[in-house]
Ligand binder design. Structure first.
Ligand code: GLC
Length: 559
């Protein structure tokens, strides 16, 4: 592979990790160039202009790629068989190099997903580890003897830990005559971060990708890297849905050793200015998230990802986070990702008649305004810019592996619904693929696609473009402090972002009827002037102490 220029074109000390907008791509579903129905890196390269570099681009600052490494796909890439390679179904390292160059050439950063809690069971390390109790890789995974047989004669697992993907977290291995630990599928054995050789190898992976020119990492389930050294059983708790929630997860995640490791990992990333990480907090709370956040290092705390369509719900989530974080830790805002139902569907009315579809799109624009103006780095999930909806896939047809293991003890949602092919055009294969797609195309792809929404000035896509442009030119939206404003109407969420002597006022009407919003005084010598409205309010309109919002109107008025 020829060397990728290690430096991005942006200034080395830039603050994109904080002010920017990151666009998540699920490579399997973005664009397929070889007709096998699975997206690939060449497909992403073909669509980079959609993301940045041209006047009609969305204008995002970075992409985050879900895993593209060689993988047997038990968890669609989150089971990595080679941390330094590219799976041939996605392309080659040369394609990756072209992708990085294509992003950097458009002023866009590249964040890649690192899955370091576990590898694939097909990884050479695990194969070596399972083959010998004494070989050099014997201690690279978490192996334990059984405490003995049960009354029924089966080997009993070392403790009561559960797999997040159903069943025990321990699988018996006939070759070693021992159990190994897997927080997720049995095909995803947990690496032993307490082994210095493992630590060195995985930090070496970080260094290699930095050398290859990437600008940051999304750290998959990073708070599970360490488990209790003595592997004590978790205490039981009463309540909750499914066996996972019947335990207090005090020993199988969030161990104090994580702090030291993060410091070491961050020091490596920080050696090169302008790099960042974002850690995926697994099954954790705001209280656990706050101390893990640092400059250039964000944490997905999930405050917003499963809220209902309700101003009060968002108001209290924002208040809870502001209280837990205070003015320091910088939030990461996300409404959708590859694990959760798409928010355009979560927020849309249940009916599918044209009026309900239009109402759903109007809500998607309000949600976009929220996501792109709240304090924090914004993360978009491919397709949300056209309000792509969930696929409807019967459980019996699910390909998401945990969905196929679901039962009473393990209730699970089908993640396929959020992973549908991107809809680029109304033509055959929606412009996604010329072959049979790995998941069905959206039923409404002929109407809901990038080409069509580009031509419609009132589309969801054009709202995203306008909002991204406004955010980029408004420092208060990018970096300002945030104050939620009390309002008489419970369906209105309004807040202020301020930095220096500039400010931006944001008002969101969650109701399908007009609503009144009150405004605070503008900073001295300035006026609130509308710069964006989802309902076509005249730009440049000046607002004073109160304004009437149209049904489902979101507006932004800087001063
Ligand atoms: C993270 C990923 C998810 C994956 C799991 C195991 O939660 O987002 O897709 O299945 O980790 O790697």
């Amino acid at each position: 592979m020829s060397p990728v220029p290690p430096e991005s074109p942006l200034a080395p000390d830039d603050d994109w990790w904080q002010t920017g907008v990151v666009y998540q791509i699920y490579p399997r579903s973005f664009a397929d160039t070889d007709g096998n129905g699975i997206g690939d890196l060449a497909g992403i390269i073909e669509h980079l202009d959609h993301l940045a570099g041209r006047s009609e681009s969305l204008g995002v600052d970075a992409i985050w790629l879900s895993p593209f490494y060689p993988s047997p796909d038990y968890d669609f890439g989150y089971d990595v068989a080679d941390y330094l390679g590219v799976d041939p179904k996605y392309g080659s390292l040369a394609d990756f190099e072209r992708l990085v160059a294509g992003c950097h050439g458009r002023g866009m950063k590249v964040v890649i997903d690192l899955v370091l809690n576990h590898s694939s069971s097909h990884h050479a390390w695990f194969q070596a580890s399972r083959s010998s109790r004494t070989g050099p890789y014997a201690d690279w995974y978490i192996w334990r003897d059984s405490p003995g047989r049960s009354i029924l004669g089966a080997w009993r697992p070392p403790n009561n830990w559960r797999s997040f993907f159903g069943g025990s977290a321990w699988t018996w291995d006939d070759a070693r005559q021992q159990f190994y630990l897997h927080t997720f599928l049995p095909q995803q054995p947990d690496l032993n971060w307490r082994n210095p050789a493992v630590r060195e190898a995985l930090l070496g992976v970080v260094r290699t990708w930095l050398d290859r020119g990437v600008d940051g990492f999304r750290l998959d389930v990073f708070n599970t890297y360490f488990k209790d050294a003595a592997l004590r059983s978790n205490p039981w708790r009463i309540g909750g849905r499914g066996a996972w929630s019947w335990q207090r997860h005090v020993y199988d995640r969030d161990q104090p050793e994580l702090r030291d490791l993060l410091a070491e990992l961050r020091a490596i990333v920080d050696e090169r200015p302008g790099r960042m990480t974002v850690g995926e907090l697994f099954d954790g709370s705001l209280i656990e998230a706050a101390p893990l956040i640092a400059p250039h290092h964000l944490v997905f705390d999930w405050s917003l990802i499963s809220l209902p369509w309700s101003a009060a719900a968002f108001k209290s989530a924002v208040a809870a986070r502001d209280a837990a974080f205070g003015p320091g830790p910088w939030p990461a805002n996300v409404l959708s990702n590859h694990d959760q139902p798409r928010h355009a569907s979560r927020f849309a009315p249940a009916a599918i008649d044209p009026a309900a579809v239009a109402e759903g799109d109007a809500r998607a624009k309000v949600a976009a305004t929220l996501l792109l103006t709240l304090r924090g780095t914004a993360f978009l999930y491919y397709g949300e810019e056209i309000a792509l909806r969930n696929l409807s896939i019967a459980n019996k047809d699910a390909v998401d592996p945990p969905a196929r293991r679901a039962n009473f003890l393990f209730p699970w949602w089908n993640r396929d619904q959020a992973r549908g092919p991107m809809a680029w055009s109304g033509g055959p294969g929606s412009g996604f693929s010329t072959g049979p797609p790995w998941l069905p195309l959206s039923a409404d792809a002929a109407r809901r696609n990038v080409g069509k929404q580009t031509r419609d000035p009132d589309s969801v896509l054009n709202s995203y473009r306008q909002l991204l442009r406004l955010r980029r030119s408004t420092p208060a939206l990018q970096e300002g402090a945030q104050e939620v404003l009390a309002q008489d109407d419970a369906d209105v969420l309004a807040y202020l972002r301020t930095t220096g002597d500039t400010a931006a006022f944001v008002a969101l009407n969650f109701a399908s009827r007009p609503a009144t919003v009150s405004l605070p005084p503008a900073p001295s010598g300035r006026v609130w002037r509308v710069a964006f409205s989802t309902t076509g309010r005249s730009p440049a309109e000046v607002l004073s102490e109160s304004a009437i919002l149209a049904p489902l109107e979101a507006l932004v008025a800087p001063a």
